[in-house]
Design a protein around this ligand. Structure first.
Ligand SMILES: Cc1cc2nc3c(=O)[nH]c(=O)nc-3n(C[C@H](O)[C@H](O)[C@H](O)COP(=O)(O)OP(=O)(O)OC[C@H]3O[C@@H](n4cnc5c(N)ncnc54)[C@H](O)[C@@H]3O)c2cc1C
Length: 457
């Protein structure tokens, strides 16, 4: 039995930061990783996809060259082995950097293998038995495998296996019209694939407000991507070399044929093979480990951070979880999950930046609200850059002038949203940003203008 002060399972977005803080404070820490250091974000999620989105953007801009008076000379083509090599180099640098940082850390011992609880304070990793007073779970999640008829007959990809390909699929069928499906769909269209996105719901990115879904739909469709909504009965079959997806939509062909299929239909927590029952840990019905506002599980001395606790599904929420745990345990600072304001981006081009409440959530509050909205076609910087798709929108409480939420779908939206997010954290009224002098020409300079034109929702 190897004894430690603290044990961390998983090297995703929370574990390594916490390992650093705990080890620095003098605790003897063990951290366990069963596969790739850095977890989903570094290896099969954020980093590789955004590297590929950048390649896809380069191809898109090259094709649009003539619009800007730039002659590219000939048909633009994409060299997928080089796209992959560029992406892999970025990923490997990040993964290796993290692994060696952990391995060289004082007071930290790295174990490679699958960790399973043996009891409340003991886990097994291969032949090793590790024990500690405190255990922190950061096991993340994986792509879910839906039960769709015919899946056994075809080959298909998920976000991980798609990382292995070094060719441009002729016709990629993407099942799932939400964040991951849309990013991959637009990216492969720009690489040169025909793309069909099949979505079960009535609109793309259903968690967003209808006007956001409609604008995203327009952006995606304008690039020649086929979108099939209301696909109530998705199934697959293979005939000759072609893969067929049954969609059973209210209108259009009941079947779509393609060469490759990507499943992007949600994520599952990696908690089914962790021996949670041996530690007496409880989960919700989706398998997410139940935690309180400071990420303590139902068992004293065990915390759960990141995607596996169901309190967030992003790198920044996982990292913030680690900051909350470290603040509580090491800094005497009682930070909580509910201190944070929801914020995220969708990395299609142009990107969607979101923070705070949606319009649907704002309406549910039942208090008077003001709304400001401005299309990108009325923003000079967007016009100058030739990126006039999308809009920005903001909700403000009529009485307190508190900012409740915002959307920036358009050029630079993933970055610009932070000026609003930070003001929300400062709990400052919207008038602060309305009176601020912003730089010209930027998309951000129209935020004060938009706030000067608020109208009742
Ligand atoms: C295609 C895609 C794109 C994404 N893009 C973004 C984005 O742009 N921005 C964003 O914020 N989020 C993005 N995400 C989500 C983001 O990747 C996750 O929210 C984030 O990685 C969660 O971090 P985590 O620490 O909870 O878990 P993970 O990063 O999944 O790490 C968990 C780690 O635990 C290890 N592990 C699991 N079980 C065990 C075990 N029993 N023993 C030992 N080790 C174990 C795993 O191998 C893994 O390394 C994306 C996700 C996908 C799939």
């Amino acid at each position: 039995m190897k004894q430690f002060d603290d044990l961390i399972i998983g090297t995703g977005q929370a574990g390594p930061f916490l390992a650093g803080r705990l080890a620095e404070s003098g605790r003897q820490v063990a951290i366990v990783e069963r596969k790739l250091f850095g977890g989903t974000c570094v290896n099969t999620g954020c980093t590789p996809t955004k590297a590929m989105v950048a390649s896809a953007y380069a191809a898109h801009l090259a094709r649009r060259g003539a619009e800007f008076g730039v002659n590219v000379g000939g048909k633009v083509s994409v060299d997928m082995p080089r796209v992959k090599a560029r992406r892999d180099a970025i990923v490997q640098e990040s993964r290796r950097g993290l692994q060696s940082w952990l391995e060289e850390m004082d007071n930290c011992t790295v174990f490679e293998g699958h960790a399973r609880f043996e009891s409340t304070h003991t886990i097994s990793v291969g032949d090793d038995r590790l024990t500690a007073d405190r255990i922190f779970i950061n096991v993340g999640g994986r792509a879910s495998m839906p039960k769709m008829p015919g899946l056994g007959q075809i080959e298909f990809f998920n976000n991980s296996s798609l990382m292995d390909i070094d060719f441009v699929p002729k016709h990629l069928i993407v099942v799932g019209g939400s964040y991951i499906g849309l990013e991959f769909g637009q990216m492969f269209r720009r690489f040169g694939s025909e793309v069909t996105i099949i979505e079960m719901g009535q609109r793309l990115v259903r968690r967003e407000d209808p006007d956001v879904s409609a604008a995203v739909h327009e952006i995606i469709a304008r690039e020649g991507i086929q979108i099939r909504l209301n696909a109530k009965c998705i199934g697959f079959s293979k005939r000759n070399d072609e893969t067929f997806a049954q969609v059973d939509c209210a209108s259009g062909d009941p079947e779509v044929s393609g060469t490759h299929v990507l499943l992007a239909v949600g994520r599952l927590p990696n908690t089914d093979d962790l021996g949670l029952e041996k530690a007496g840990l409880t989960t919700d019905k989706g398998g997410y480990i139940t935690v309180d506002d400071q990420l303590r599980t139902n068992v004293s001395g065990i915390w759960a951070m990141g995607d596996c606790n169901g309190r967030g599904a992003f790198t920044h929420t996982a990292f913030n979880d680690a900051e909350i745990v470290a603040a509580n345990l090491l800094d005497g600072d009682p930070r909580r999950v509910t201190d944070r304001i929801p914020a995220y981006a969708l990395y299609i081009d142009p990107p969607l930046g979101r923070c705070g409440l949606t319009e649907a959530e704002v309406r549910q509050r039942g208090r008077p609200v003001l709304v400001g909205k401005r299309p990108m076609t009325k923003i000079k910087r967007a016009i100058e850059k030739g990126e006039t798709e999308g809009f920005m929108k903001i909700f403000v409480d009529t009485e307190t002038r508190e900012i409740l939420g915002a959307v920036i779908l358009g050029s630079g939206g993933d970055e610009i949203i932070h000026s609003i997010l930070d003001l929300m954290y400062a709990k400052a009224p919207a008038t602060v940003i309305q009176r601020a002098m912003h730089i010209h020409p930027t998309v951000s300079e129209l935020i004060p203008t938009m706030l000067g034109e608020l109208a009742p929702l």
